[in-house]
Write a protein that binds this ligand. Sequence first.
Ligand code: AMP
Ligand code: MG
Length: 422
Amino acid sequence: MAQLSDDCFAQGGPLMRVDEARALLADQVVAVTGRETVALTEALGRILAEDVVSAVDIPPAPNSAVDGYAVYHADLDPEAETRLPIAGRITAGQQDLPAAPRGKAVRIFTGARMPAGEDGGPDTVMMQEDCTVEGDTVVIRPGIKKGANARKAGEDVTRGSTVLHAGQRLRPQDVGQAAAVGRQELLVSTRLRVALFSTGDELREPGTELGAGAIYDSNRYTIHALLTGLGCAVDDLGILPDRLDAVQAALADAEGRHDLIVTSGGVSVGEEDHVKTAVEALGKLHLWRLAVKPGRPIALGQVGPVPFVGLPGNPVAVVVTFLTVVRPLILRLMGGRDTPPHTFRVRAGFDHKKKKDRREWVRARLVDDASGALTAEKFPREGAGILSSLVAADGLVELPEDLTRLEAGAMVDFLPFSEVAQ
Ligand code: AMP
Ligand code: MG
């Protein structure tokens, strides 16, 4: 298994732009997972660890794209109807094909092989809806193009071509593509084994009595879902108290069995924030102060040789920092290619002032405006602790560093949650 270089999360500047942070991760982080072979039905969402090369042409032989009649285009009258005798019939999967001489039509069904004949055989298929059958003959309307409705061998995939690439995350259509070239199994990266903790004396497990001064632990469940969505094998290690010895012992214990340790809370500057001190004692720690809003410092480091991520405590900051920094980090640790999520241009339905030189993400939902275009509407409350704002949102409007004032009606980049958190 590969290992990160010693102190790979070191960074110099006091305030880091998002692009710098991503570039640093791209530069320093290597895949630490192994490889395993999985059945196609287990492959969804996994990161492919091989190039998949097709051993076959798809389709393997010329065939019909419709139910209809295979004809020689040269037999058709371009100006008037053509009447042709029906010479035979071919269904999908049929092995022995009838002869298809010039001057005749062959009844054919979708996916059935095109018959052989003179000059390479029939080259065009007339859809049955555009034909009239009269006894043993078919009457064909004029106007069809040569080659219409006839699929060529290899027109989808040619033998020897690479249909899927190492490092890509497998979507449903990718799994289907592997099957289409005849693969039963795929080589993928092993799941990243992630140890997950929350920290905070105020946290209680959902389903238990709340008591004075307590809140339910939501971050651990949000992060668990985000990690699972990325294909990680999450080891839920519960809530840690705000005590240095307990945090340090738990982190030291987790190190041996995991590829990554993730915590939330306890990384600000308060004296009850013990995560930083614990990680420093066990390895290396760097606080990345990202030039973003919402977001607090995110702690990155190593517990022994194992990479460590200390997320903020505020639920909205957790999600935003996860999506911007942790998601690309995890994909790299699992050997994934760096594919930044797509944002989409939509109209802003709100005015907004922001500080220069930091990137800001505004929680928004999409609504259809009068013209049918999409407008992003801002959630009225902005606090980093307001989890319900994320629940109401469809995604984040991403405002660039140099912008200071947004006026309603301007076009903005919108990052749908569906792009990054599934
Ligand atoms: P901290 O960074 O530990 O100072 O936490 C910042 C804020 O986030 C505090 O209001 C915490 O109560 C809250 N918080 C921390 N951890 C969690 C959690 N796991 N679930 C919900 N809220 C949390
Ligand atoms: Mg705390």
